[in-house]
Design a binder for this molecule. Sequence first.
Ligand code: GLP
Length: 242
Amino acid sequence: MNVFVLKDEAAIGKVVGDLFCDKVLQKPNAVLGLATGATPLPTYQRMAKRCKAREVSFKGVTTFNLDEYCDLPVEHPNSYRSFMRAELFDNIDIDLQNTHFLDGNTADEFAQCAAFDALIEEKGGIDLQLLGIGRNGHIGFNEPANAFTDGTFKVELTPSTIAANSIYFTDVPMPRYAMTMGVGSILRAKEIVLVATGSAKAEAVKAMVEGAIDPQCPASALQKHENVAIYLDPAAAALLSR
Ligand code: GLP
């Protein structure tokens, strides 16, 4: 794991946004793994800015989003599909047909999860995966558990995640279940960039970087991957010993 501490979230957004743009410049048909939450917003703003300036085009890019809520209409503003349109896809020149999401309202979750993993493989695998981290160390929606997950699956969210994400739900109750790429699916990405900002993430960051590889901190599985970069602000890095 390569850990970088930058001065603030704007500096991280610029560097990580540029990493994604550079990947697309090198490989115009790159497969990108994308994440939701507040943390990636500066990264997405940087990508949109460079696309608007015609420095990079996402026309040939394919994306896969990590996760999606269950039992929430896709057109609801809190669905991750809506989030990605508002925060990135409507601001760049990507072809929406090449953006892939899990369907949290599927009648056949097992078939859909298998199809999602198969489609990632068919597209050649994820070249660069963006991740945030939950306060409890989750990545995607892989919650602390007794064993690491592998492929895409349906998960029951933990009270910590429900408390953290409930603030975004004002008109409907926060969903209790989600579909998510598993830890194994995430580790199959060729390159991974994780971003964490703010003191609420400091404990999870310490467990991820300096703790044992333990499914109680799902992000600690990233220690097993050979190409991971972690970008932190000083508050998220505050508990690291080196
Ligand atoms: C959600 C998402 C994660 C994200 C996490 C942190 O639970 N499923 O992918 O990393 O929230 O979100 P935030 O960046 O808003 O703290």
